[in-house]
Write a protein that binds this ligand. Structure first.
Ligand SMILES: [Mg+2]
Length: 191
């Protein structure tokens, strides 16, 4: 089967990593539970930054946010490795800017994710992901953003939202922990 994955905040804890970078750079100690309660994808508000300042902060530390020690979610690497070893196809579809594509792919390989170059797609806008996902004829797709998942109206595609504090209103199937994936796949194949 063909499995497609968003990367940031689906397979890896990018916002959490950025939050700790913001704490360090701004000499703050904003607690983890503030982060856990955020209802926005953006993380700047607890630091007292305006939307514009938040955008500037994100862009000025983008390099460090993307390419340092951002942790994959527990069991994400192991679960994808297992799927890959079972012969499933693993696709990555990330809206990171295209100029970061190659390094992002290399970084993912360094973290232990199973990556094949021709199955790595980068640099599209969120609303353009649907075109790639349609063309690839995926069986499963995982993303954290309801705005992306809501564009996917493909009969044969099973979609899952990766649980985050800002997507709890989304009604579709939800994956909280990557260790649950095998069971969810088995349940879906019985339907
Ligand atoms: Mg994402």
């Amino acid at each position: 089967m063909k499995f497609g994955f968003d990367i940031d905040d689906t397979l890896i804890n990018l916002r959490g990593h950025a939050f700790s970078i913001y704490n360090k750079k701004l000499n703050q100690k904003i607690a983890e539970d503030v982060f856990e309660d955020l209802k926005t994808v953006e993380i700047h508000r607890p630091f007292g930054l305006s939307d514009q300042e938040g955008k500037e902060m994100w862009n000025s530390f983008l390099e460090e946010i993307y390419f340092t020690s951002c942790p994959p979610y527990p069991q994400a690497v192991e679960t994808l490795q297992e799927l890959w070893h079972q012969g499933h196809e693993i696709y990555y579809i990330t809206a990171r800017p295209g100029e970061h594509g190659q390094r992002t792919m290399e970084w993912m390989i360094e973290q232990g994710f199973p990556v094949e170059e021709e199955k790595f797609f980068c640099g599209m806008k969120d609303h353009e992901k649907v075109k790639i996902i349609e063309k690839l004829d995926l069986d499963y797709y995982f993303d954290d953003k309801p705005g992306v998942l809501e564009t996917l109206d493909i009969d044969t595609l099973k979609i899952f939202v990766k649980d985050q504090s800002y997507n709890r209103h989304y009604k579709g199937q939800r994956l909280t922990d990557w260790g649950e994936l095998k069971e969810l796949v088995m349940e879906n194949s019985r339907r």
